[in-house]
Design a protein around this ligand. Sequence first.
Ligand SMILES: [Zn+2]
Length: 510
Amino acid sequence: MKLKNLTKIALLSLVSFPIFAQQAGLSGCSVGLEDGALIKARMLENRRNISPDAIAAFQNQRAVTYIPVKYTIVGDNAGGGYVDIDQVFDMHCDLNNDYRTQDVQFVLKDATNSVRYANNTNVYNDGSGFSASSYMISNKSANCVNIYLSASVNNQVASYYSGFGDYIFVLNQMANGSSSTGSHEVGHFFSLPHTFFGWEGTNFNDGTAPNSVGGDPVERVARSGSGSNCNSAADGFCDTPSDYISYRAFCPYAQGGRDPQGAQIDPTESLIMSYFADACVDSFTANQKSAMAADILSRNWSNLAVPTPNAVVSGTSVTATAPASGSTFQLTGNVTLTWGAVPNATGYIVVLERTLFGTPIETIQKSVVYGTNSLVIPASKLTFPRQYTWKVKPFNQYQTCSAYSAPFGFTTQAPATAVENFASSFDFKILSNPVSNSSAELLMNVPNPTVAALSIFAMDGKQVLNVNNLELNAGDNVELVDVSSLNNGLYIIVLTSPLGSIQQKLMIQK
Ligand SMILES: [Zn+2]
């Protein structure tokens, strides 16, 4: 078996890296009848207390109303399991897209600590539990939309708005730029019930609906006349047609269900407050927008103080100051990443990755910094000889949608005076594991040239494959090992050299 050194064989840049399929996640929302009733009561109270003229005057001023949001990323008590801040920023951008037509822009409430990190195992384990709810209520930031994000590992409850606690909980998987979850829950926050309110927990499959469900009158199709109840039944809006679909449904609706008077229902599948699939929904009706405007007025949020600066920031013009992009240096201690400050940026997301031929294979560190344009990477996170890239995304309280900078690369070398700890900088990994084809692709990294041996063992301890005299060059080496003779299952690969011995689990799954 011939060893292929990376620096010599450019073809290996075609190696496939693991691509993780985007998790479908739990869609929808778990706001049930009880919270839904609180939301509807709030909407009706606003309708009684705030005159249509006051709402229209507010809406017609055509000035942007800035609504502050406080995101709190909740991990377990040890600080594990945080959702990626990029997902939160993507969700925030999508939220602003969905609310753009109502002259509302959501902004990060605070200039520093703009996205808060918190550790609470109760929230992390069960985002809908009593202890979790108590924590989220008592840790709210004042005068803003509070959105908590966590894993809820023991109870994959869908995201929800708490009518009682007036906060939003979003399951980590649902924080992204394509799910409508954030926009839907913010609709609840601003007093919008589900378009199908009353049917929560009851499946309307087809046929003719009863006069009432769960004790509430069923909304009829008629929009006017004596048969009409659209102003009070269901969500209380006459410009949202009767909708009985309380489960995740694809559009268009084609089941032909009928209202209690026998009229065929025709729900609007594009409404964000419905349960139609994410790909179907993108809008609010005029009455829904007016109700949200009324709620903003009732919260006295129509004219909150606005943050500065309000300007576009972009990562595309970021330059690396140190280490210079493309530089090679001896690793003698901590490495400070420094970049040219971006005008109007109040914070930066910084990502450092280990790379192979410029392609990231492992995230070494991802940090958010405020009020500075540098970040110290501890020596303990780096080793040599290695290739790394880092990139920077600037943001401010208004602008979370900017792109990352181009990646800046650097290469570490052994320090001249180092007492080299070979074993600690000798490692290998399996690049696509489980292995689904005839060869396993191994990445081995050694500080100095050496000769190694490779063995594969089945789980019963029997050796099934052995390769001796692997010549490894200093730095990254890639080896393709023929595993076509191995059956599906779990194996152990052991790499042995004068620098030490390392083992990795190998899964064959053809
Ligand atoms: Zn909902």
